[in-house]
Design a protein around this ligand. Structure first.
Ligand code: NAD
Ligand code: GLY
Length: 369
């Protein structure tokens, strides 16, 4: 098992990465859980796959699990589910010193973390991420949120978990497409500031996705360590350091919006294509060597993630995508900062990007062979 510390000032915690953590949940939580009603928020897919193992483990340890089983999918990150879940926690008499368990992917982690942040002005929560994306990204760092009609993740809080248990065994039941989508966030850490890790991805990424356990532990542990480092430096995303984690997200959000935040394009798939577009746009601007941008495109394509805009079959021109970008929450004093690259592992925040230039680039990408 790998143990990665997240050194947030005043509220440090651990991310444990290994096999079998979920069926050892009570011991892993080391006295954090109360005996009576232990609140566990999950979705129906995760409950069907892993609910029984957790129920057995907690009952054997003398706990009484209480389940809130929500519908899977992005729609669950809503005001309605927030209110209903907070009311449910209140009905269980959860106190500020208690721990709520978030068992699921990013949707469950984001919703449950936000509930924990407002419950009696903040109670504890344990993240038990069950998707690759949640293990390498969303469960670490304390961003929590719901969606509103105005956009995704526009209402939320920074609220750190007190423990993260990334059990690699749970990835066995994760649909292959979801696994692949989560891999985009792994590659992201290489592209941000770790060219050697991008090389690792090119060498081992496919075998990791195919199921090699040791490679999975290396990929998750390395990614978590990268995220932990960045979050510890800039917990509240004020210095620009944490913003680097949004590589590919401005292009990606526009594509998610244009495809209706639906199964047509999963979040991780949008990030994958968004990173390719960031690399190709950087090369178009002469910031990055075309050969390096091609390496990014080729690796994303090689693992079966969308690597070219034409594959999405979008029926729009670039001005529509740029309009989606203008609704992005990362707008800063009327300009839209873009994460661009001067090379693989050399991402930076550019505040001088012309949206007309981006639109011209995207128009060419929409028809490129
Ligand atoms: P998700 O939570 O919707 O899970 C994807 C699907 O996999 C769901 O259908 C779920 O039921 C199923 N599933 C999950 N684990 C499973 C398992 N082990 N076995 C079988 N099925 C399983 O999606 P996600 O990709 O994990 O998360 C996406 C969300 O995360 C988005 O809402 C995004 O905004 C958010 N996010 C947040 C952060 C952050 O820092 N807070 C970072 C990245 C993404
Ligand atoms: N996923 C981006 C962040 O945590 O900041």
């Amino acid at each position: 098992m790998a143990v990665i510390p997240v050194d947030i000032a005043g509220r440090p915690y651990e991310v444990r990465v290994g096999n079998g953590l979920l069926s050892d949940l009570a011991a892993q939580c080391q006295g954090r859980l109360r005996k009576r009603a232990v609140p566990i928020v999950t979705d129906s897919n995760v409950h069907a796959a892993w609910g029984e193992a957790i129920e057995r483990n907690l009952r054997d340890a003398g706990h009484e699990p209480q389940w809130r089983i929500l519908p899977p999918g992005e729609k669950t990150k809503s005001w309605d589910e927030l209110a209903a879940t907070v009311n449910w926690l209140l009905s269980l008499e959860v106190e500020r010193g208690d721990h709520v368990i978030a068992l699921g992917g990013g949707v469950i982690g984001d919703l449950t973390g936000f509930c924990a942040s407002v419950l009696k002005r903040g109670c504890h929560f344990v993240q038990v991420p069950t998707t690759l994306l949640a293990q390498v990204d969303s469960s670490v760092g304390g961003k929590t949120a719901i969606n509103t009609p105005a956009g995704k993740n526009l209402v939320g809080a920074f609220h750190q978990p007190s423990l993260v248990l990334a059990d690699l065994s749970v990835l066995e039941t994760l649909p292959e497409r979801e696994l692949r989508a989560g891999y985009a966030e792994v590659v992201k850490y290489g592209l941000i500031d770790d060219a050697a890790f991008f090389d690792w991805c090119r060498t081992y990424g496919a075998a990791m996705l195919a199921g090699d356990g040791s490679l999975r532990e290396q990929a998750v542990a390395h990614s978590v360590a990268a995220k932990a480092r960045i979050v510890a430096e800039d917990e509240f995303e004020t210095t620009g350091r944490r913003a680097l984690l949004n590589l590919g997200h401005t292009f990606g959000h526009a594509l998610e919006a244009q495809t209706g935040f639906s199964d047509r394009l999963l979040h991780g798939e949008a990030v994958a294509l968004g990173m390719v577009l960031a690399a190709r746009y950087s090369a178009h601007r002469g910031l990055m060597a075309q050969a390096e941008a091609d390496q990014v495109t080729q690796h994303i394509a090689a693992v079966g993630l969308p690597a070219r805009l034409t594959t999405l079959g979008l029926n729009c021109d670039a001005s529509v995508l740029v309009r989606h970008m203008l609704h992005d929450k990362k707008m800063d004093a009327g300009t839209l900062p873009f994460l661009l690259m001067t090379g693989i592992g050399q991402t930076y925040l550019d505040k001088q990007v012309s949206l007309d230039d981006v639109a011209a680039f995207l128009d060419a990408e929409l028809v490129a062979a």
